[in-house]
Structure formats: structure tokens, C-alpha cells
Design a protein around this ligand. Structure first.
Ligand code: GDP
Length: 205
């Protein structure tokens, strides 16, 4: 699957613009600056696919990418990758947090083809209160999610092990969370193959 082309499809600002649910999809969520764009690029092997470092506070959109054979008639599985807007800017207003929650909640509740949310957590910070709020949102929407640690290269192996364990312990409190934690780095590519395999397993042949 990940050897296939990955093309930007569209940016969605309102639910009316969502593409048809003709393919399975996997969405990526995380605090702003968690390394989401870098990770999507590392997964798909593209350098300029996801726009990195979106300006904080700008109008957010859901970015749709299509991974799979180039043409509709092409052989093999295909998938939508959805880059959800980042959350948790330091100076976020209440209105903005509510707008984010409304957008994401209506998205989560409306997509029967959504196979899994990949929830990114910065290894250096671990699970933060706003990550917990998003986990609760996912639990409420009953959308299964996988916790993926980013920037694993920034920690010593012993420190990383502690963060993995603390994250796994946190996940036990959340009914929709997948028990596994994958530590990744977009720099060293640690965990990338494992995450690709996890996503590939969600897509029928
Ligand atoms: P986004 O806002 O979540 O899309 O985050 P970006 O992908 O734009 O990354 C935010 C910052 O973290 C950038 O300066 C990246 O270079 C850096 N970054 C992202 N992933 C990694 C990683 O795996 N390791 C390290 N050391 N830095 C990373």
C-alpha cells in the first residue's frame, strides 16, 4: 500500500465537502507541532506532501490524501489519509477550541469508513491534558485510536521506555484506545515500518 502514489485530494472546512465514503480512511490527530506533517511525509515517503508548520491560529481544515493506485481502475487497495487540524496552541481561545471540537466531533460521528485515528503524542511531553480531552472525545464517538509517540530520537532509550509505559497505562483508562503504543521518529524512521504495517492491516486487499 505504502509503495503506491499518495496525492493531495482536498482541504475540507465544512462537512458538506467530505469526499464519498468509497474508501477506508485513517485520520491523524495531535497537538500542533507534535510532528504530524513530518510523520505523514515519512509514512508516505514524500517530502512535500503535508504542509509542515501550519501557522498557529489560522482557519483549520481537514486535509485529504489518497493513497493507492493512481487510477480508479488500478489494481490493489486504496485508502484516504486525513490530516486533522492540530489542537492545543498555547494561546487558543475558548471559541477556537469549541470550533475545533465541533468540526472534529461531526467528522468523527459522520464517517462510517473511518477505520482508526492515529493519535500523535510528543515523546518529550507525554500525554497532556488536551490529549486526554481528545481521547475522551474519541471514546465518546466510539472511534478506535492508536497512540503513536513522535520525535523518539529526542529521548534516550531508557527515557523513551518510560514514556511508552506511562502512555500505555493511560490508554487502559480509555475504552476506544488500542492497547499498543508505537514510538516513531521522522528523522531516524524508527517505528515507521511498524506504523505502516498497522495501517495496511486495516485495509482490505
Ligand atoms: P505539525 O505541526 O504537527 O505538523 O508538526 P511538524 O511536522 O511541522 O513538525 C514540528 C517541528 O518538529 C518541526 O520543526 C519538525 O522539524 C520537528 N520534528 C517533526 N518530527 C520530528 C522527529 O521525528 N524528530 C525530531 N527531532 N524533530 C521532529
Amino acid at each position: 500500500l505504502f509503495a503506491q502514489a499518495c496525492d493531495f485530494l482536498l482541504g475540507v472546512v465544512s462537512m458538506k465537502q467530505l469526499p464519498p465514503m468509497d474508501l477506508p480512511e485513517v485520520a491523524f490527530a495531535g497537538r500542533s507541532n507534535v510532528g504530524k506533517s513530518s510523520l505523514v511525509n515519512a509514512l508516505t515517503g514524500r517530502k512535500t506532501l503535508a504542509r509542515t508548520s501550519n501557522t498557529p491560529g489560522r482557519t483549520k481544515e481537514l486535509n485529504y490524501f489518497r493513497l493507492g493506485p493512481h487510477t480508479e481502475s488500478g489494481e490493489g487497495p486504496a485508502l484516504y489519509l486525513v490530516d486533522l487540524p492540530g489542537y492545543g496552541y498555547a494561546r487558543e481561545t475558548k471559541t477556537r477550541v469549541e470550533a475545533w471540537t465541533d468540526l472534529v466531533m461531526s467528522y468523527l460521528q459522520g464517517r462510517a469508513n473511518l477505520q482508526r485515528v492515529i493519535l500523535l503524542i510528543d515523546s518529550r511531553h507525554g500525554v497532556k491534558p488536551n490529549d486526554r480531552e481528545v481521547m475522551s472525545l474519541l471514546d465518546k464517538a466510539a472511534v478506535s485510536y492508536l497512540a503513536v509517540l513522535t520525535k523518539a530520537d529526542k529521548l534516550k532509550p531508557s527515557e523513551l521506555k518510560k514514556v511508552v509505559e506511562a502512555t500505555a497505562a493511560e490508554l487502559k483508562k480509555h475504552p476506544a484506545a488500542h492497547p499498543e503504543v508505537i514510538a516513531t521518529s521522522s528523522v531516524t524512521k524508527e517505528g515507521i515500518a511498524e506504523l505502516r504495517a498497522h495501517i495496511t492491516a486495516l485495509v482490505p486487499d
